[in-house]
Design a protein around this ligand. Sequence first.
Ligand code: ATR
Length: 284
Amino acid sequence: MITSQTGGLGLLGHPAGHSKSPEMMNAALQMMDAPYVYLAFDVTPAVLKQAVEGLKALKFKGWNVTIPHKTSIMEYLDGVAESAREIGAVNTVVYQDGKWTGHNTDGTGYLRSLKEETSLDLSKQRVVILGAGGAARAVGYALATAGVPKVTIANRTLDKADRLAEHLSRWTSTEAIAISDCQDEVREADLVVNTTSVGMFPRINETPIPADWLHHGQIVSDLVYNPRETALLQAAKLKGAQIHCGLGMLVYQAATALELWLDKPVPIQLMKQVLEASLSGNKK
Ligand code: ATR
């Protein structure tokens, strides 16, 4: 029940109307008996500063940040956690000890979901990341700092792959390659992660690499969650590879944000069920 004691949590983005976070977060808050409500706010870049001042004045406990504010939000905060600084993006703002701090839960969320759903031994993984955008940066940082021995960045634009590989080389051995030329690297990889938007609804028959590059014994992971099982994952499954779909990252990045705000155990299974129901409702 919402009372005069109910506190605020939320999301700043533009657009924000498609977000599934309010359903997932409010279901979790209710289950946790936490006196907060989570709202999505569509905020254009022109009014980001006023929106942040408003949330601070209204004593929000924190909020999530999505496109296009993940970098520009930093100038309105008192500090940025190391992982968010290295990833170059903030997706969660937390009020603690009188300070507003930016965090990034995308990378840790991805890793938690991967560990939960696959038989992963990070110390032995040769990883190929397809893509070199914001999502690749978060996933790459999480894997590189978690002890993965080698990360290959395969991207359509080689220059961007080079830059990300160079950045990640502070933590692990890296290389950059054009996505069209990464056949050998994919064949040798233990884990292949698609961070590009290829395969996303409505172009659901497309794959970022030819499916016959994949094989049994690999883990193939796709950040695309609509459809739940992309053409890449379907092909990987047919080859006998283990698959990991993007829904888990979405749930765990949200769960990690809730943990940062409330410092309490979070009902992750419930969040997953709510998200699955909401996404399948979309298609009706
Ligand atoms: P995000 O924050 O989701 O990672 P992004 O920063 O725009 O989004 O990055 C999108 C990634 O998908 C990029 O690596 C992009 O490749 P380019 O750097 O060459 O643009 C990749 N991508 C998008 N469409 C693609 C396509 N049709 N084929 C291959 N890669 C594609």
